[in-house]
Design a protein around this ligand. Sequence first.
Ligand code: SAH
Length: 402
Amino acid sequence: MSSDPAVILKPGKAKALQNRHPWVFSGAVAAWPESAEAGGLVQVLSHDGRFLGRGYLNRRSQISVRILTFDPQEAIDPDFWLNRLDRAAALRQDITATSKTDMLRLIHAEGDGLPGLIVDRYGDWLAVQFLTLGMDSRKALLTELLDRRFQPAGIWERSDTDVRRLEGLRSESGLLSGEPPPERLVLQEEGIRFAVDIRKGHKTGFYLDQRENRLKAKRWFHSLGEGRLLNAFSYTGAFGICALTAGLSHVTQIDSSAAALELASENARINGFDPESRTTAVSGDVFQVLRTFRDERRRFDAVVLDPPKLASNRGQIIPASRGYKDLNLLAMQLLRPGGLLVTFSCSGLIGPDLFQKILFAAALDAKRSVQILDWLNQGPDHPVPLYFPEAHYLKGFVCRVN
Ligand code: SAH
């Protein structure tokens, strides 16, 4: 029914799309259409001519087609995009019914059937990332639809991320529509206030994926009653502020970014905690700082480890596993008996099973008996389609280190 140019797959390569996985790798393609433009719509057919899906093309990327629909009858017109926005918005309505927050991921790319598009809500503003050529070339349309659907005060682009290079795109950021956001927005999440820098902060300004985990961590910190937290890879100190709110007496925030640590002090202040007496900011490399602390025989009642992604490709899985093991071993050595370890990996390539094995190896070396108390994941505004398990990247454990 479609007149979109056809991408024809090699024999035996239809399975992934039949299983509704939304990526077509260049190696699976037998024949490319002559007329298709970069970023334009194509239909993907099996070698014997069966319709498999419709999506957008980028021959410069290893992921040459990203599928938008598996339904042969569904056209990719403005209604299509609006329907997807509506579907994503309905899910978030359910989430905000149980969660008190001004900040939320509205569109999570493949997780919401919109590969290459990230939209985050920060109060009255939206922060947007166009990660693929297909989405980038629809920027004007999507901005207009986002304006219409969500009526924000302004839409700010944060397409300043390395993954765009894989698509042949440059970094871009700035105002797309409405009013520019203030340099610091003060927003609330579950009763805690956070200063967020949408323009220059990491990702689109805040680690929204950790919202549920901050809430859970707060409960576990509360169970300690009092004590000192070491918050490693603290960024703007969010887990640390949760710990102070839960009644811990002191937080040591460690990060390599001085700007993040400054914002962490501000975050303590705006929640009524004196950053001078209740926090210590350590600017440096966590691996080195933890070693120094261990050699100085320092002890903490709780440790949070939330490192950046250590494995970006398969070749990095082994060195990254070593990195995670070192970090967790050091953290266990720094904990007093009965202390709490809240530890994360946001590397999609390191699954929960492997991460648990890494913790096992760290515990053996530390000669500590460790119990898992809680399993943590990215929040429900970062949904994972069963057809696309790669969307599950953030996992963590709350452990008691005896
Ligand atoms: N826990 C934070 C998010 C952490 S993101 C939150 O909940 O908001 C990872 C942080 O680690 C970033 O702030 C980055 O600046 C910092 N970082 C990356 N590598 C580091 C290193 N080797 N030593 C110290 N900090 C590092």
